[in-house]
Design a protein around this ligand. Structure first.
Ligand code: FES
Length: 158
């Protein structure tokens, strides 16, 4: 079914949950999120060809956040736009959703896995086998658009 297709180039990132579920995420939304907890937004991809939000595949759950552009490693910056980064939200340990921000990095509430979004989601704490994949994005006006699928396979490494 179209709701289960993996994220691919051209997909637009939309709010996964809350009052704005299904609406396109804008840079202004990301700026506002920085003042809330967590300071990022959980997204799903929307296929612009049929307007289907691909929310029936767990590995399409994406974290989007605006960071200071100069804080990004060169490799991470390649796939970011104006400091906006997107990554798979599914923890590489046992597959929980990485829903928190602690110690200035992504934090998985299940066993404390932590990933630095400035450095390709390098693991900085916890029992996690490796980073979550980044989703290359660009800005098209106010839209955040994927320019490819995830850089490598999302989901728990089990
Ligand atoms: Fe994320 Fe265990 S599932 S740290």
């Amino acid at each position: 079914t179209p709701e289960k297709e993996p994220v691919k180039a051209g997909d637009i990132l939309v709010w996964a949950q809350g009052a704005k579920a299904g609406q396109e995420i804008t840079p202004a939304d990301l700026q506002a999120a920085l003042k809330s907890d967590p300071p990022f937004i959980i997204a799903y991809p929307k296929n612009p060809e049929n307007n289907v939000v691909k929310n029936q595949l767990a590995t399409n759950t994406i974290m989007v956040m605006q960071l200071e552009p100069s804080s990004l490693s060169p490799e991470t910056a390649k796939y970011a736009a104006q400091g906006i980064v997107a990554y798979s939200a599914i923890c590489k340990h046992l597959g929980c959703t990485i829903s928190q921000w602690k110690n200035n990095v992504w934090h998985c509430p299940c066993h404390g896995g932590e990933y630095d979004p400035r450095q390709g989601a390098k693991v900085v704490a916890g029992p996690v086998p490796g980073p979550v994949p980044q989703l290359p994005i660009k800005l098209e006006g106010n839209r955040i658009v994927a320019t490819a699928g995830f850089l490598f396979k999302p989901g728990a490494d089990v």
